[in-house]
Each structure stands twice: as structure tokens, then as C-alpha cells.
Ligand binder design. Structure first.
Ligand SMILES: Cc1ncc(COP(=O)(O)O)c(C=O)c1O
Length: 459
């Protein structure tokens, strides 16, 4: 039972809204049906309007979904936001769910990782004079930083030295560091929208106010940006996280000029620039700006492995002092054996070779998925993102309930992933990276069978 007290100063609809919200955050499951308005009215002796107002508020905030003729349900997307105790998170890749075909959008197939070479280099590192009895450099191993500098300069035109590089255990840690070093400067951040959920979440956790700047055909809306007074802006200019669009040079310059005039910093998330299938990636924004306004962030997750947890920041010179002051303790350092092995891997030329292999492998898988979707679902879907990274984004052109599709797929051990384009529009992010080339077609055929079944049932 919910706690509703008519004697309180607070409107009853607000009390009910807060009680249900708490219930959703701590107890109810995604997809679970809420009591009907009529039942609520009789259970709590309150008016229909009061219940309706509470439900409207929950709906507006995305906590619940309304299905005509069926009622109100806890939103499926909440899995992204609230992990309930004793419950497996929908996208948790650490669980051992029985999944035959997993279309997770950010995975590499197990055979991508160069295990043999890695093992050989790892042994070499351990047999070397590496001292495991000490704490190593907080900012990251110098040898690895040197290798990253060389790589970023030559392939991404990033302007940096080993002093600017901070190695981190992943993107979230990189964002954590930024939120800390800029904490006295600002508590507001502008985000390209739609945006990478993790980036937003870290800044929300650190009580930043979020401003949304919408993505158009050429990246973020420059007109909207120019009105913004945020001191920090997050974006993925090489391949926009959601749509894959590349921000053209003219817009990049406008964005940098905005940052200069407004005294703001730009976080350039260059997460998957290595995986461009139709053209060569264009140089990073950071290089245009001569390392002043742009905080560059990269990762080894997309091309080498998301399991080894190696990412990095390139900090502008004027933020280094603050970084050193804030992080004068061992924060989230990557194990030194991993750092040294990776440094050797890059130094001995294996990284460049590996990149070529990963690009070729994933381009093939990308093309298989794209042509399968075009030839089988041409009239049913629109492709919103393709040509880079590890996933293709599709939006139905027909009336099909993607949540039902996901549930039906789950019953057949196929895992699909829903993303929100905006408050109303749902799309599917179809990862191909996770599959061996030989298995991808079979997985897609399974997906197609489920799609047809759900589509025909809904007709
Ligand atoms: C937009 C974006 N940025 C960064 C990352 C990298 O995250 P991490 O380095 O924590 O694996 C990802 C991974 O999916 C991503 O999609």
C-alpha cells in the first residue's frame, strides 16, 4: 500500500506520484503493470483525476508507459537507470544468461583479441625487470603514454605530449576526472542529444545541470549552441554516438570559436574513429584548437577489447595543474602488467596490424548486416546509422511494438537492444561486432523470423 495522507500540505497526486516513483526505483520490474486508475480510485478513496495526474507525471518523466486498452506499465527503459537488488541488469555483460544470439551494440567477437601475441608479450613483460612491489605512476605508465602520443599524433592529428595524457580505466573514469577538475569552474554541461548515456550519468551523479543541444544532419545544432552559456560541452564529432554523422570542418571551427568566446571546454569523445568503413576518419577537433579548449578522450574498447579497461584523456595544458592537485592519489589506475603489455604491443607494431584486421573484419560484418536488413526489411525499417563503429541503428517504418519484439526475442534466446531517439521514438541498436562472420547471417535470420512473427501478430 502507498502512504497517502490527506492532512499533509502536499497535493495528493504528488504524494501518489512520489510513492509510485519510489516503488519503481526500488521494487517494481520493468514492464510490470500498474493498478488501473479505477482500482487506485477505490483503494485509496481518491478521485480519478488525482490518479490520472500522478500517472501523467510519471509518464512525462519516462517512468511508465501507457498502452491503449491495456493500461500503464513500468517503462522497459528504466533498466538503464535503476538496477534493482537481486536483479540482473538487462545489458549487464557480466551475467551468464543463456543467450544464443546477442546483438549488443558495443562488443567485439571473442576471436578479435590477439590472444597469442598478447600472451607472448605479457610473458616478456613479466620476465623483464618490471617491479611489482611498488605503486606506479598515477597518471599512467610513461612508456604507454609515449606510444599513445605517437599514435594520436599520426592517426588523429591530436596535439599532445606525455604530460597531457592521463590513462584511465574507461570512459566513465575519464568523465569523473573531468567533473572533478572543473568542479570550481562550472556545474552545467551541454550535451549533444541524443547522447551516450554513460557520459550524462556521470555528470548527473556529480550534480551537474544538463543542457541538451540537438543533433542535426551535420552534428550539433550550431544555432542552439551559440545561445548556450554552458562552460562545458560533450560531443562525438567524428561519428556521432547515435546517428554516426561526422561534424564537418566548418561546424567544428564554429564550435571551437563558440568555446573560445564563451571561455568553455569541449569534451571530444573520439570513441570509435578507428572504425570508419566508408571513408578515412577526419582529424580530431583537438588538433585544430592547439590543445587549449578541447579535452580529448579515447578508448581501447572499440578496437582492442572492452574487457581490458584502458582509456585515456588528453588534457589541455591549463587543466594539468588542477588535475595534479585533485588526483594526487592512485585513482583508478590500470594494472601495470596490462599497461606494459599494451605499450609493447603498440611499440612492436602489432597495434597497427591489429587495427587493419579489426577494420576489415568489422567492415565485412557491417556490410553483411546492412545488406541483409536492406534486402529483407526494406519496407519495414529505416537505417539511421551505418558506416562506422560496431552497430547499425534501425527505426521501424511500420507499426511494430519493439518492446514486444524484444520480449519475444528473449524467449528464443536472442537479445536485442532498445534505444530512445527522443521521448516518443524507439529504435533498435543492432550490434554486429559480437558475432563471428560465419554466425552473423544465422543470427540475422533468427531476428528476421521473430520480426515477421511479431509484425504479423500485430496486423
Ligand atoms: C560514445 C562512447 N564513448 C565511449 C565509450 C567507451 O567506453 P569505455 O572506454 O568505458 O569502454 C563507448 C563505449 O561503448 C561509447 O559508446
Amino acid at each position: 500500500m502507498y502512504n497517502i495522507d490527506p492532512k499533509l500540505d502536499k497535493p495528493i497526486y504528488l504524494q501518489l506520484y512520489e510513492e509510485i516513483k519510489k516503488d519503481i526505483q526500488t521494487n517494481l520490474k520493468a514492464g510490470e503493470k500498474l493498478s488501473s486508475i479505477r482500482k487506485m480510485t477505490t483503494d485509496y478513496k481518491i478521485s480519478k483525476n488525482t490518479v490520472q495526474n500522478a500517472y501523467n507525471q510519471l509518464y512525462a518523466e519516462g517512468y511508465i508507459d501507457s498502452i491503449p486498452q491495456s493500461g500503464y506499465f513500468v517503462s522497459e527503459n528504466l533498466y538503464d537507470n535503476f538496477k534493482k537488488e537481486n536483479e540482473i541488469e538487462l545489458e549487464d555483460k557480466t551475467t551468464d544468461d543463456i543467450v544464443k544470439y546477442d546483438f549488443y551494440p558495443a562488443c567485439l567477437s571473442a576471436d578479435t583479441f590477439p590472444k597469442k601475441t598478447w600472451l607472448r608479450l605479457y610473458n616478456k613483460v613479466l620476465k623483464s625487470s618490471l617491479n611489482l612491489g611498488i605503486y606506479h605512476n598515477n597518471q599512467g605508465d610513461i612508456e604507454l603514454r609515449e606510444q599513445i602520443v605517437k599514435y594520436l599524433k599520426s592517426s588523429r592529428s591530436v596535439n599532445c605530449t606525455i604530460e597531457n595524457i592521463v590513462l584511465t580505466s574507461g570512459f566513465a573514469d575519464s568523465m569523473f576526472i573531468i567533473s572533478k577538475i572543473l568542479k570550481d569552474e562550472t556545474k552545467r554541461i551541454a550535451f549533444e542529444t541524443p547522447s551516450y548515456r554513460v557520459a550524462k550519468k556521470v555528470f548527473e551523479q556529480h550534480n551537474f545541470e544538463i543542457e541538451e543541444i540537438y543533433v542535426k544532419q551535420n552534428g550539433i545544432d550550431i544555432k542552439q549552441l551559440k545561445k548556450s552559456k554552458s562552460k562545458l560541452l560533450y560531443l562525438t564529432p567524428s561519428h556521432q554516438y547515435f546517428f554516426g554523422v561526422t561534424t564537418p570542418i566548418a561546424n567544428r571551427i564554429e564550435i571551437i570559436n563558440w568555446a573560445k568566446e564563451n571561455n568553455s571546454y569541449i569534451i571530444e569523445d573520439d570513441y570509435d574513429s578507428e572504425l570508419s568503413y566508408n571513408n578515412r576518419p577526419i582529424p580530431a577537433m583537438q588538433g585544430i584548437n592547439n590543445n587549449e579548449q578541447v579535452i580529448y578522450t579515447g578508448t581501447f574498447s572499440k578496437s582492442l577489447s572492452p574487457s581490458i579497461r584502458v582509456a585515456y584523456l588528453v588534457l589541455p595544458v591549463n587543466l594539468l595543474k588542477e588535475y595534479k592537485k585533485e588526483f594526487d592519489y592512485p585513482f583508478s589506475t590500470i594494472p601495470i602488467d596490462i599497461q606494459k603489455t599494451l605499450a609493447t604491443f603498440i611499440k612492436e607494431g602489432f597495434w597497427e596490424r591489429h587495427l587493419r584486421k579489426v577494420r576489415t573484419q568489422n567492415k565485412k560484418k557491417h556490410d553483411i548486416m546492412k545488406s541483409f536488413l536492406y534486402s529483407n526489411l526494406k519496407n519495414d525499417i529505416e537505417i539511421l546509422r551505418e558506416g562506422s563503429g560496431l552497430n547499425i541503428l534501425i527505426k521501424p517504418k511500420i507499426d511494430i511494438d519493439l518492446k514486444i519484439l524484444i520480449k519475444e526475442a528473449q524467449k528464443k534466446y536472442v537479445k536485442l537492444y532498445l534505444r530512445n531517439l527522443d521521448e516518443k521514438t524507439e529504435v533498435l541498436s543492432m550490434g554486429f561486432g559480437n558475432f563471428k562472420e560465419s554466425k552473423l547471417k544465422v543470427a540475422l535470420e533468427q531476428f528476421y523470423i521473430i520480426w515477421e512473427e511479431v509484425k504479423n501478430k500485430q496486423d
